[in-house]
Design a protein around this ligand. Structure first.
Ligand SMILES: [Zn+2]
Ligand SMILES: [Zn+2]
Length: 247
């Protein structure tokens, strides 16, 4: 089993990082959110792929956009989302708002390009889908490199928490035009392709869930209700709360 180490000697099996969870918006129960995580070791480094879906009924799309326009940290993709000088068009919320607008205009392919944070090792992309009577969904996918964990502290790991990110990362960004793409690194070796993951998450989003300890949905999904607020797909190596900061 591949192990990843961060700082002190703690080993984690990769499966422990995998999960799918679903919950309803706090204070906005009309909103359904799904998030998933997959881990992979590439060149000795721990790479994670997170995908988060927000399903909104069409009659709430304006409310949703208003919510996104507010100073909303809920949808930040990393700690550097609102650092001065960062181009506004690449922030997750701006991308989400423009995706909703594209759907309203009937645009079929709303997928954004992949953006790279200049401060930490993170790339993200936003997409949206029209589900007609079931509503619209905005989908954010991000790829995060947590580093090899051989040094303490690991510069890559640290870059995510550090307000000013990683110096090498910033310098590389200024000089190297052919930056390695995290997304490519992950996807080239991914067990489940991004396309398959997205299709799978879509199915899970519309799966049957009840507020009871266990729901066995007709589609085969087994959902566990936890903390009176969230469903976790069983089996999941971990609960999403372990990743709260990164989502
Ligand atoms: Zn960042
Ligand atoms: Zn980060």
């Amino acid at each position: 089993m591949k192990q990843h180490r961060h700082g002190i000697d703690i080993g984690f099996p990769l499966e422990a990082f995998q999960y799918v969870e679903v919950w309803q918006g706090e204070g906005s129960p009309w909103k359904v959110l799904l998030s998933s995580a997959n881990a992979q070791i590439v060149s000795d480094e721990l790479l994670m792929r997170f995908q988060i879906w927000t399903l909104v009924p069409w009659n709430r799309s304006d409310t949703f956009v208003e919510e996104l326009e507010k100073d909303n940290h809920l949808y930040d993709v990393c700690a550097h989302n609102r650092i001065g000088g960062r181009r506004v068009e690449s922030t997750a919320t701006t991308l989400m708002i423009s995706r909703v607008q594209q759907l309203e205009e009937g645009v079929e392919n709303c997928q954004s390009r992949t953006f790279q944070c200049s401060y930490c090792y993170m790339e993200h992309m936003v997409d949206a889908k029209d589900f007609g009577e079931r509503g619209l969904a905005v989908i954010t996918t991000k790829w995060v490199n947590f580093g090899a964990g051989r040094e303490t502290p690991d510069a890559k790991w640290k870059s995510h928490r550090d307000r000013y990110g990683d110096r090498d990362r910033r310098e590389i960004n200024q000089t190297d035009e052919h930056r390695r793409s995290l997304r490519e690194d992950f996807e080239n070796q991914a067990e489940v392709s991004l396309e398959d993951l997205t299709a799978d998450n879509e199915k899970k989003l519309f799966s049957t869930r009840k507020p009871q300890v266990v729901t066995r949905a007709p589609d085969g999904c087994v959902w566990r209700w936890r903390y009176g607020t969230r469903w976790y797909l069983d089996p999941s190596g971990t609960t999403g709360s372990a990743w709260e900061y990164w989502l």
